[in-house]
Design a protein around this ligand. Structure first.
Ligand code: GDP
Length: 195
């Protein structure tokens, strides 16, 4: 799938504010600093679309970007930073859980994980929650340029192994690098098939 037009549509701090015009949402989430903004910019080919920052946990809103007037790319708030009054006990804000589990707008969710790290507790907890609720999701490994091809394969295998301790069916997995454009076609084609 190719993207010709990507435009910012709105930021929502409440579920009631997300667009309800019938276009499908394809969402992205991950721990702060995982490389989510960079991935969104890389996928859309628009370097400034989502902000890239070195300050973790800054964006706490849901951002909708309209793609080719056909679907929404949704930038969800990062999780895993210090707990706030709006953060529920499981470590995810009510905004995140309301959107992901309850609002019914999300068509598919990409959970991002830094390929250099072992499966992180908070990511596994989030993935388990998705699995328990039957939410359709996949995993995108970020920053693949930081490892060799063999190391990347080992990392993905380690993740597979860890997830298969709990789950019989594993989610689709993608290896990406925003620096090099790795994974772009594969992820976009997958989205194309989802829509
Ligand atoms: P976010 O907080 O998840 O939106 O993460 P950002 O996109 O702001 O990226 C966090 C940091 O990781 C920034 O310094 C980026 O330049 C860096 N980064 C993101 N993606 C990549 C990547 O694919 N390769 C490398 N080497 N660095 C990346």
């Amino acid at each position: 799938m190719k993207i010709s037009k990507a435009e910012f549509r709105c930021s929502s701090e409440r579920i009631s504010q997300v667009p309800k015009d019938g276009l499908r949402d394809i969402a992205f989430i991950g721990r702060s600093n995982v490389g989510k903004s960079s991935l969104i910019n890389m996928l859309t080919g628009r370097p400034g679309l989502a902000k890239v920052s070195g300050t973790p946990g800054k964006t706490r809103l849901i951002n909708h970007f309209r793609i080719d007037n056909a679907w929404y790319l949704v930038d969800l708030p990062g999780y895993g930073y210090a707990r706030t009054s709006k953060t529920v006990r499981n470590g995810f804000s009510t905004l995140i859980t309301d959107y992901v589990l309850r609002c019914g707008k999300m068509h598919f969710l990409f959970v991002l994980a830094d390929i250099r790290l072992e499966p992180q507790r908070i990511d596994l907890r989030f993935i388990d929650m998705l699995g328990e609720h039957g939410v359709p999701f996949g995993i995108v490994f970020t920053k693949a340029d930081k490892l060799s091809k063999t190391q990347c394969e080992k990392s993905v295998e380690r993740y597979r192994k860890r997830l298969s301790e709990t789950w019989e069916e594993l989610p689709p997995m993608f290896v990406s690098s925003s620096e090099r454009g790795t994974g772009r076609e594969e992820i976009l084609d997958f989205i194309g098939e989802c829509l």
